[in-house]
Design a protein around this ligand. Sequence first.
Ligand SMILES: [Zn+2]
Length: 244
Amino acid sequence: MSKTLRFLHSMYYVLRALPFIGRRYECPICGWKFRRFLSAGIIRRRNARCPRCSSLERHRLVWLYLQRETDFLSGPKRFLHIAPEFCFTRVMRKMPHVDYVSVDRDSDLADYRMDIMDLRLESETFDCLLCMHVLEHVADDYRALCEMQRILKQGAWAIIAVPIDRARESTFEDPRATSGEARLKLFGQTDHVRIFGKDVAQRIERTGFEVTRVEYADRLSYLDRDKYGITGGEEFYYCKKNSS
Ligand SMILES: [Zn+2]
C-alpha cells in the first residue's frame, strides 16, 4: 500500500473513532479511550471492535500477552506478520526496535505478496511471528507450519491462533470440497478449508514446535478484561522453535 493510501486509510479510522471517544474503555493497541467499542461479527458481538484501529477482542488479548509475557519488547526483533491486521501493522511499523515484515497472498496491507505454504524468505532469519486466523484458509496447514519453522531462528517463537470447535476431538477437513458452496456447507464459511478441533496443538507439534496452549483471558484481572473489552476467552498457541 502506498504512503498516500495508508494516510487516507488512517484518516478514515480517525474520523470513525471521534464520535466514540470517552473514558469507559481503552484499546491497549492504539491507546485511544472510548465510551464503547463497535459491534462486530456475523453473529453480532457488542462492544467488540475498536473504532480507531479496528482491533477485536482477540487482537487486544494477544497484544497484552506480547507486551507482558514475551520478550517482544526486550530488544531488537525481526518480526514476521502473516496476513497482517491493520491494528498491529500501524503500531509495529513505528516501533524502532522492530524490523517488521508482513506477507499475505492477497492483501494490499502486506509488504510482500506470498503464499505461506511457500514463503520466499531466507531460512532462520526471524525472531518471532504472528499468524492469526489464517490456517483455516490454507490448503495444507502442515506445509505452512513447516515454512514458519524454517524461517524462524533457533529458539524463536510464533503466536498462532485459529478458530476452534472444541466439541470436535479432531480437525475436520475434506479436500473434495472445493467450491464456496460446499465449503460453506461443511466448514461454515466459503473460504475455510477445515474446522479445527481439540487436536490443534498436536497438529502444530508435528512440525517440531514446542507448543503451549494459552488461555490468557483467564489470567487477566477482571478490571483489565473490562477496561480492554475482552469478553471472550479465545485461546492461542505460543510455539517455540526448539534450539536442540
Ligand atoms: Zn484500537
